[in-house]
Design a protein around this ligand. Structure first.
Ligand code: ATR
Length: 286
């Protein structure tokens, strides 16, 4: 693609940003549709609000926002999608007449990734391991999709309690039960769906948040947010106990696809998404 006077500029703000895969995602999608756009990383180390204002006045059409700015960026927005507001996390900005509107495509990324593997959440018993930013997003998604019951387990109990209170109030239903991580043995349900939303296992094939094989006997489906290594120890544990298990690369894929579709008001065909997934694996050496 040749940059010219009509090229629309998109980008991603974060710190650090050097390892982002998002430029590849949006280049492949733009090429598939022959759109005249570029997507560039912006390394913002301070003055986030100034950066967002500058982006607006430079006519940047859409932005992604990543760590550590997904909450802080909310103060710089003109408007915010109600669900993104409730989650308290924004990763996608859409240019409007007087400023940016914020969305959360991480939630839809997780939803579409799970759907693509045939995993449904409605009526299910779900265990979420980890109550950081991703655990919070997973909690909102599971409640939104009508899970029967959700156990949110975290090493630091208070964080799980805070998320559970927040989500249960938002949906006006006591769906999420917060628990200390060490209390997993108290869950007696069978055939559960587990979302591994902690950072345990990230870059380390030896580490897993729960070692106990009795736990894995209850797991029908495991979804690990981590994708590096491609097969985490969590995934191995689930598979060894006879369950199905998937990693988080498709969540990364679909949060990007969802952002692109919002910006360009389009729907990307599944064969393009599948091809993009293969290219991501290749570039990331997974
Ligand atoms: P993210 O935004 O990607 O979810 P995060 O907010 O840093 O990342 O959250 C990391 C999660 O992994 C937290 O739930 C954290 O537990 P605490 O809230 O108790 O810190 C969890 N985590 C990280 N290291 C862990 C470990 N060694 N054992 C158990 N949980 C761990």
């Amino acid at each position: 693609m040749q940059v010219n006077g009509r090229t629309n500029v998109f980008g991603v703000i974060g710190n650090p940003i050097a390892h982002t895969i998002s430029p590849l995602i949006h280049r492949v999608l733009a090429e598939s549709e022959q759109r005249n756009m570029v997507y560039v990383p912006f390394h913002v180390t301070s003055q986030l609000d100034q950066a967002i204002k500058g982006a607006f006045h430079l006519n940047i059409v859409g932005m992604n926002v990543t760590v550590p700015y997904k909450s802080e960026v909310i103060d710089s927005l003109l408007a915010i999608d109600p669900l993104a507001k409730a989650i308290g996390s924004v990763n996608t900005l859409v240019r409007r007449e007087n400023g940016y509107e914020g969305y959360n495509t991480d939630l839809y990324g997780l939803k579409r990734a799970m759907e693509s593997e045939g995993i449904t959440l409605q009526g299910k018993t779900i265990i979420i391991l980890g109550a950081g930013g991703t655990g919070r997003t997973a909690g909102f998604l599971c409640a939104k999709e009508g899970a029967k019951e959700i156990y949110l387990l975290n090493r630091t109990l208070e964080k799980a309690v805070e998320i559970a209170d927040h989500v249960n109030t938002y949906f006006q239903r006591d769906t999420i039960k917060p628990m200390a991580l060490g209390d997993y043995g108290k869950i007696t349900k069978e055939q559960v769906v587990v979302i591994q939303a902690s950072s345990v296992g990230l870059s380390n094939p030896e580490h897993v948040i729960i070692e106990d094989e009795n736990f894995y006997k209850r797991v029908a489906v495991g979804f690990d947010i981590v994708y590096q290594p491609f097969e985490t120890k969590f995934i191995k544990c689930v598979k060894e106990s006879g369950g199905q298990a998937y990693n988080g690369l498709k969540m990364l894929l679909y949060q990007g696809v969802e952002a692109y579709e919002i910006w360009n008001n389009c729907k990307i065909p599944s064969r393009v998404i599948e091809d993009l997934y293969e290219q991501m694996k290749e570039v990331m050496e997974l």
